[in-house]
Design a binder for this molecule. Structure first.
Ligand code: ASN
Length: 481
């Protein structure tokens, strides 16, 4: 009997493990990363849904080939990073096929051909590359346009300013802090057709074909499905329909919404999105602060411990975390570590952006809280500890009954302060593509260019929420005191 069971297991195991391997290599759901604003390829429509040639195309291909997709729109640079670190399986973002990119990406068949082109304000006198001497040209980080600018910088003598998203780039052009932008021709031409007061004085330069991409060597079946689906859509006319929907001169799809020129209009159209962003911001701040208090108190206690080794551990923790900018810490956790694990194990191990953001914020606040705890305990005169110990009371008991109650009162205002800082720091974490309140605002601006009003709305949101929370914390503080 036992032998029989063993034989079954021996036969079933390879079949079972084959099944596992298959499940691992051939997913049924893929995460696709894209730009946050790159009309007509990808942009938000009036109901805040992502739309555009790329969005329609990938959805149509997924349907044609029978796989599910989840789309994220963190911006071009972040989307590239997401694919490289295994956070996403593929990228579709009007992405140009370049030789340099072929080293790290596998590309699908092309579905468009684009030039890069210079855009200037309508009133600008720039009419050739030579006119750019001494001027500043804006470009999105990680793009083919950036490569073009880098390669020609010494020839024409311009300065380059890189941006993480289109909204801030076009805003800077509008407000005059840069003199020109370099972006894909269909994108600039589309924004002009939507009423942007820009012009393109110089003919575009080819930067290559536009295609879908996966990380080199991974998800080959996704690439194959994309190519098959694209061929089918081209054959049945669907692809042309998608192009016409966004590019034909009588196209009705627009990026601008009815009334987004007033504060009231902006709030009315976007309040759901803003409240969502606010929810994420609050969740980030509260969850990370709760974890930070826990870790911070532990390291704070370590720092006043009679044991040298504990004091050393605490010192190293505080020095390391305080010495690394929060944005780098978040990028390291979100992109760096999964990339490193993959290089070791060959397995993609993406981490969720909210989790990565929470870890970064928790560690950051914990380092400062550890210092607050140390300061609070140190502020209680040493004589009290000595007197208590000489009476034969243990270190732990003296800490708990005599030192900590006094220290806590001293620490409380600093805790409130640290919480406000943590809440504001959530905006920094948006760099990894997390759509909290600030990122939500930037996405809205990318659609309507109302930066003055939108940033004012964001500022008021933060002001109100921080004032309310500090009032509440002050009350709690009084009660404890
Ligand atoms: N065409 C750009 C590039 O490939 C893509 C983008 O900006 N979304 O670099």
């Amino acid at each position: 009997m036992k032998k029989k069971i063993l034989a079954y297991l021996l036969i079933l195991f390879p079949i079972f493990s084959l099944g596992l391997v298959k499940a691992d290599t051939e997913k049924t759901k893929y995460v696709i990363a894209s730009d946050s604003s790159f009309a007509p390829f990808v942009f938000q429509d009036s109901s805040n849904q992502y739309t555009g040639i790329d969005m329609d195309l990938i959805k149509a291909i997924a349907e044609d080939q029978g796989f599910e997709i989840e789309i994220t729109n963190p911006g071009f640079d972040a989307a590239i990073n997401a694919v490289q670190s295994g956070q996403a399986d593929g990228i579709i973002a009007g992405m140009s096929v370049t030789d340099a990119r072929k080293e790290t990406f596998d590309f699908s068949d092309s579905y468009y051909t684009a030039n890069t082109i210079l855009g200037v304000k309508e009133s600008s006198t720039i009419s050739s590359y030579e006119d750019l001497n001494g001027k500043t040209v804006g470009v999105k980080n990680g793009t083919a346009s950036q490569t073009f600018l880098n390669e020609n910088q010494s020839k024409y003598g311009y300065k380059i300013k890189t941006f993480s998203d289109a909204a801030s780039m076009y805003d800077s052009l509008n407000t005059g802090s840069i003199d020109a932008v370099m972006d894909d021709e269909p994108v600039i031409k589309y924004s002009i057709s939507q009423g942007q007061k820009l012009k393109t004085p110089i003919a575009g330069t080819p930067i290559g074909e536009t295609a879908f991409a996966v990380k080199k060597g991974s998800n080959p079946e996704l690439l194959e499905k994309f190519n098959k689906g694209l061929a089918n859509l081209k054959a049945n006319g669907e692809f042309q329909k998608i192009l016409d929907k966004y590019l034909a001169s009588d196209s009705t799809t627009t990026t601008s919404t009815a009334d987004e020129t007033t504060i009231w209009g902006l709030l009315k159209n976007n309040y759901k999105q803003l409240l969502n962003g606010l929810g994420i911001t609050l969740a980030l701040a509260l969850v990370s602060f709760a974890i930070a208090i826990f870790i911070g108190i532990i390291f704070g206690m370590f720092s006043v411990s009679p044991y040298k080794s504990l004091r050393l551990i605490s010192e190293i923790f505080v020095d390391v975390i305080r010495g690394i900018p929060l944005m780098i810490l978040a990028a390291f956790i979100f992109w760096g570590i999964p990339n490193f694990i993959e290089s070791l194990t060959g397995q993609q191990s993406p981490i969720n952006d909210f989790v990565a953001g929470t870890i970064a914020l928790s560690l950051n606040s914990a380092a400062y809280i550890a210092e607050i705890v140390r300061g609070g305990i140190k502020a209680v005169p040493v004589g009290q500890m000595e007197a208590s110990r000489s009476l034969g009371i243990s270190y732990g008991k003296t800490m708990r009954k005599i030192v900590l109650p006094q220290a806590t009162k001293l620490m409380l205002p600093n805790f409130v302060n640290q919480f406000v800082i943590a809440l504001k720091d959530t905006t920094i974490v948006s760099a990894i593509g997390l759509v909290e309140l600030f990122q939500t605002g930037k996405i809205i601006i990318a659609r309507n260019y109302q930066s003055f009003k939108m940033y004012a709305i964001l500022a008021v949101f933060y002001l109100v929420i921080i004032t309310l929370l500090t009032r509440l914390a002050k009350r709690l503080e009084k009660r404890i005191q």
